[in-house]
Ligand binder design. Structure first.
Ligand code: SF4
Length: 324
């Protein structure tokens, strides 16, 4: 099935006119970049402005192209919900919503889920949660939608770094969306059953948490003999946890280990290659360690995994790295 999206251009145009902007910055995540030229042309035509498209990567609302903003009156980042506890003046976040119907796959999900589930989703489908809750109620199932913490803009919204919108009083969750990563995060954060209802593939499945845990255990085991660590700090506005990095360095030193803070914008294998270090700890986006670990020249741990390596945390207490 081809997925179609609403880029909310009526809202974008009205904000531009209200702010009387002349130069408009546009930021797109990789998945929507192929639409950038069409969207830019459409905005220029509708609002009579000049658009400047960021050609840099854009991983989330944590990743605002502030240099682009210096060259524009106003900026729109498409595809991500805003992060309420981060404010960047003149930056607006446009939640590109999927037009794919969700109820067919929810109908399938009703055959396997329990009679009370927490409902979670990503920015592309979070607008459907109220309708899903109503549909489930008509089928005798209670759907619980929970507010997240200060990093979460909408009830039920989960980010790859924050699962606080998974209702704490549920024993099972239904994730509505594509891919496995967010569902894996909910499963590891809550240690409860999670079902994925994917409206695009129309599949209902469970994330493979064992496979991910095996990979993370392998990364921890490969780091047990490490004597020197690079503690990565991101300069991205919503990923920068430098105080945590300082704490991790102090912890390493207390355990007789060598630790150095490495600050960078994008964390890539090439950026780490020249540093003669045994392992890395990423305080940046948790997905770097968890999703991308295979591509790095040495093990990349999350902060909680580093605590396991140095013996400050038990294996049994391993949790998903979250940013609040
Ligand atoms: S830190 Fe990572 S998971 Fe969290 S919003 Fe940014 S890109 Fe997404």
């Amino acid at each position: 099935m081809i997925e179609e999206y609403d880029f909310n251009l009526d809202h974008v145009t009205s904000v531009i006119k209200e702010k009387r902007a002349g130069v408009v910055g546009l930021q797109f995540p990789d998945g929507f970049r192929r639409e950038a030229i069409r969207i830019s042309g459409e905005i220029e035509r509708r609002a009579g402005v000049r658009c400047v498209i960021s050609a840099n990567s854009c991983f989330g609302a944590c990743d605002v192209d502030t240099r682009l903003l210096e060259s524009a009156d106003i900026m729109f980042q498409f595809g991500h919900a805003r992060i309420p506890n981060i404010t960047v003046e003149n930056a607006h976040f446009i939640e590109v919503t999927s037009l794919t119907r969700v109820l067919p796959v929810i109908g399938q999900a009703t055959r396997v889920i329990s009679d009370r589930v927490g409902l979670v989703s990503t920015a592309q489908f979070v607008h459907t949660l109220a309708g899903v809750r109503q549909y489930l109620a008509e089928h005798g199932i209670t759907g619980v939608i929970h507010d997240g913490d200060g990093r979460i803009a909408r009830p039920g919204l989960v980010l790859g770094c924050n699962f606080s919108a998974a209702a704490p009083d549920c024993d099972e969750y239904l994730y509505i969306g594509t891919g496995d990563f967010h569902a894996l995060g909910v499963a590891l954060a809550t240690k409860k059953t999670v079902w994925i209802a994917d409206p695009v593939t129309e599949e209902v499945r469970m994330p493979d948490t064992d496979r991910m845990l095996r990979k993370r255990c392998a990364a921890i085991e490969r780091s047990l003999d490490a004597q020197s660590f690079g503690v990565i700090v991101s300069t991205k506005i919503g990923q920068c946890r430098k105080n945590l990095a300082f704490d991790l360095c102090a912890m390493a030193e207390e355990h007789g280990l060598d630790a150095h803070i490495l600050m960078m914008d994008i964390v890539t294998p090439d950026a780490l290659l020249s540093f003669d270090l045994d392992a890395f700890v990423s305080t940046a986006c948790p997905r770097i360690a968890i999703d991308g670990s295979a591509i790095f020249p040495a093990p990349v741990l999350t902060p909680v995994e580093f605590e396991v390596v140095v013996g400050e945390r038990r294996w049994a207490d391993l949790v998903f790295d979250e940013i609040s």
